[in-house]
Design a protein. Structure first.
Lengths: 597, 160
């Protein structure tokens, strides 16, 4: 910088330190809680009270995981809603089907929702979408491929025009058979079949099995020039077309309107035979088999035949297939027996695989937790169902059955149902509050009070009251110029606070500041070492707002030290105001920090 | 199961809870990074928005030397506090200048112009009695956007 003067810059700081420290504390409490509970022979005399606390602890632990999954699941469903024309009813069906399919396959519910998204985007109606995704989930397990990719491939296959009258399951089984030995190649195969290649197969009424098997062979041989492949397949069309021949007196063809007939005749091939083989069902495979047979095991002769039919450009494609023609022929034959039942058989075999069993088990566990988490989300509507599901889950959970009576389980369900019914702003905040302070004792009380409230015994709200306290603080802080957004955020749960400067507070602001909760003031006092309001008549630069000990007052001098410290740690050059600009303030700070309430 | 009123209590899910919390913390750190990164861009935009377009005719090219001159007062006077674009060099130099972590949980960004003389109109001098504080005004005008950004990022990280 010229003249050695520092720049005028705006510094923006975002700090999650305090939040994360609080979360560490909650982990410590949870671990201590767990350690106490894990101690063999730990005795509790008031079983019912402790058990209900325990269930809350367990529920929170499960909930924390379940919420994460549920949020992702809900996000996936939202994406379907946002990117397709799916109705609310369809979304509900997708949600249920995804969990059901996930329970029985290796694909996660979230991935299956992604598969449904692909089907919806393809314009499938529900029945077809369900059939396609179900078949895809099974095929995904068989081929060990992501279900979304498999679904897209299956949709692409169904759009080839080769699957007329075939069910999604039969298409999937055909793909499964045709890909045997190249389960990882589904995407590559579909990449080849899409476009001209697939439409060529379809135009000449070739079978799906042959098309996929041939594409698979090309894919494995790394022969992916679709233009050449389409041209290669296009010969079938010529064989199917009309031939106009000129013959001499002896009946020998002397001239043909189709140039390739001349080539065949010159190569010594029987034109009618070749035409018959290539234009029949699975013509490409049958035709190649005929040429191989006609060559009598002579490679030069075979190459001569291939050259006669496809010329220089098509011969490499033909040779790629000729190499494994025996296997290819067998595969195509097998695809003819493809059926929905065949897919189920292959799926059944794959289910016996221990890895797949573990994945299914994991999915089932996740889906149960997801179910719990789903109803903990802010937009929960069906509290009663959630409570039922939760209670059913806890009742079937072997651990819970050891430690809790039915009444305790109901107590928990009722307590949480009440909380949700009241519309928790943030479930995560709820979890934090459970583990904050004297969590174990408070929870028992909270459960009882909440249950009482649910039953109409008391008019009170949720125990904890963090939001109300924040709102009160926010009201006190409003006169010092905090924006409505900030106040609202504070009132909504104190998720964060933005520090903003207050220069020369007005008398009203000073009064408002004086009304900040005593703990905050004490904190300030301890920081400044004096009980004189540090802001009186002073120029304050940073005001941290928040409940309890989160408030912080820093003088201009302290701010400079703070900035220098931070800048030093970050390897930045701290800014200091030049002496000849004493009146000017050149660094303006906006600080964001997270608070746990 | 012990008899009577005494019971054995087992707790599970501690590791899962700890894992979930660790995930949450990590998301908060990412949110902090996103806030300062995106916030720096918002600040830069807001600072640039303070500029007033150069009046037509204020730019003159000498027919003799080919040099470019930008006319100010009295023909095309400045209009404080908003700065007027003359050459555009300071305007074009406004950008995030440093973005980085202070520690694992805290991120900082610095945004501002890079011309050596920018501080004079920003702060004022004995020749510039009424300053043109584009940085300061940019900050003030971006506060709502920064708050919205922070709110959205923290909320997203918390999964609210």
């Amino acid at each position: 910088m010229a003249l050695g003067l520092p720049p005028v810059v705006a510094t923006l700081v975002a700090d999650s330190q305090e939040f994360n420290a609080s979360m560490d504390e909650s982990i410590g409490k949870m671990e201590a809680f767990g350690a106490a509970g894990d101690t063999a022979g730990a005795r509790f005399t008031k079983f019912a009270d402790k058990a209900s606390t325990m269930i809350i602890g367990l529920g929170v632990a499960l909930g924390a995981y379940g919420i994460d999954k549920a949020i992702k699941f809900q996000t996936a469903l939202d994406q379907v809603r946002n990117t397709t024309n799916a109705t609310a009813g369809t979304i509900d069906k997708i949600s249920k089907s995804a969990i059901n399919l996930s329970n029985n396959t290796t694909s996660s519910a979230i991935d299956i929702v992604g598969a449904y998204q692909a089907a919806e985007q393809a314009g499938y109606k529900w029945a077809k979408a369900q059939a396609t995704v179900t078949a895809s989930a099974k095929l995904a397990q068989i081929t060990q491929q992501p279900v979304v990719d498999v679904t897209k491939a299956l949709i692409a296959a169904q759009n080839l025009g080769l699957t007329s009258g075939m069910s999604a399951a039969k298409v999937a089984d055909t793909l499964s058979i045709a890909l045997k030995g190249n389960e990882n190649g589904l995407q590559g195969v579909m990449a080849i079949l899409q476009g001209k290649v697939g439409s060529s197969f379809a135009a000449y009424h070739q079978s799906l099995g042959e098309s996929v098997a041939v594409a698979n062979e090309f894919s494995q041989a790394n022969f992916t020039n679709t233009r050449q492949i389409a041209s290669f397949i296009g010969k079938i069309g010529e064989f199917k077309g009309p031939m106009v021949d000129l013959t001499d007196e002896n009946g020998k063809i002397t001239k043909s309107t189709a140039g390739w007939v001349d080539s065949l005749v010159e190569a010594g091939l029987n034109v009618d035979k070749v035409k018959e083989k290539f234009s029949g069902p699975d013509g490409l495979i049958n035709g190649l088999n005929y040429l191989k047979q006609a060559a009598g095991g002579s490679l030069p002769q075979l190459q001569k035949y291939l050259q006669a039919i496809w010329g220089t450009s098509g011969t490499p494609a033909a040779m790629a297939l000729i190499k494994n023609l025996g296997t290819l022929t067998t595969t195509v034959e097998k695809t003819k027996s493809a059926s929905a039942g065949g897919l189920n058989t292959a799926f059944g075999i794959s289910q016996k695989d221990i890895d797949n069993q573990m994945k299914e088990l994991r999915n089932k566990a996740e889906n149960v937790l997801q179910g719990v988490g789903m109803f903990l989300l802010p937009d929960v509507r069906d509290v009663a169902n959630w409570t039922d599901n939760t209670i059913k889950f806890f009742q079937s959970h072997p651990l819970v059955s050891k430690i809790a009576s039915d009444s305790a389980i109901s107590l928990f369900g009722a307590a949480v149902a009440y909380k949700i019914g009241k519309g928790l702003v943030s479930v995560v905040s709820g979890i934090k509050s459970i583990f904050a302070g004297t969590a174990i004792t408070a929870n028992t009380t909270a459960t009882q009070l909440n249950t009482d409230a649910l039953l109409g015994k008391t008019p009170g709200g949720v125990v904890g009251g963090g939001a109300g306290r924040d709102a009160e603080d926010a009201a006190k802080l409003a006169p010092i110029g905090l924006s409505e957004g900030l106040v609202a955020a504070a009132g909504a749960g104190g998720a964060y606070f933005i520090v903003k400067k207050v220069l020369m507070p007005t008398p009203g602001a000073v009064t408002a500041l004086a009304n900040i909760p005593a703990t905050a003031y004490q904190n300030s006092v301890s920081k400044h070492g004096t009980n004189t309001p540090p802001f009186k008549g002073a120029v304050l630069e940073v005001v941290g707002v928040g409940p309890d000990a989160m408030s912080m007052w820093v003088t201009k001098k302290e701010l400079a030290k703070y900035e220098a410290s931070m800048a030093s740690q970050a390897g930045l050059t701290p800014y200091t105001a030049p002496k000849h600009h004493k009146k000017g303030k050149t660094t303006i700070n906006i600080k964001a920090s997270v608070k746990l309430h | 199961m012990p008899s009577g009123e005494q019971s054995e209590v087992l707790v599970s899910g501690v590791n899962e809870f700890a894992g979930a919390v660790e995930g949450l913390k990590e998301r908060m750190r990412i949110a902090a990074r996103n806030i300062v990164t995106e916030g720096a861009l918002i600040l830069a935009d807001a600072m640039k928005e303070q500029y007033r377009a150069r009046p037509g005719g204020s730019r003159r090219v000498s027919h003799i030397t080919g040099k470019v001159y930008y006319a100010g007062a009295p023909n095309f006077p400045a209009s404080p506090p908003n700065p007027t674009i003359r050459t555009g060099n300071t305007l074009n130099s406004i950008r995030p200048r440093k973005i980085g972590p202070i520690n694992i949980d805290t991120w900082m960004s610095q945004t501002g112009p890079g011309t050596s003389y920018e501080r004079y109109p920003e702060l004022g001098t004995k020749f510039i009695r009424v300053p043109f504080p584009m940085v300061k005004m940019g900050i003030e005008n971006s506060e709502e956007r920064l708050q919205a950004l922070a709110e959205a990022e923290w909320a997203e990280a918390e999964g609210v």
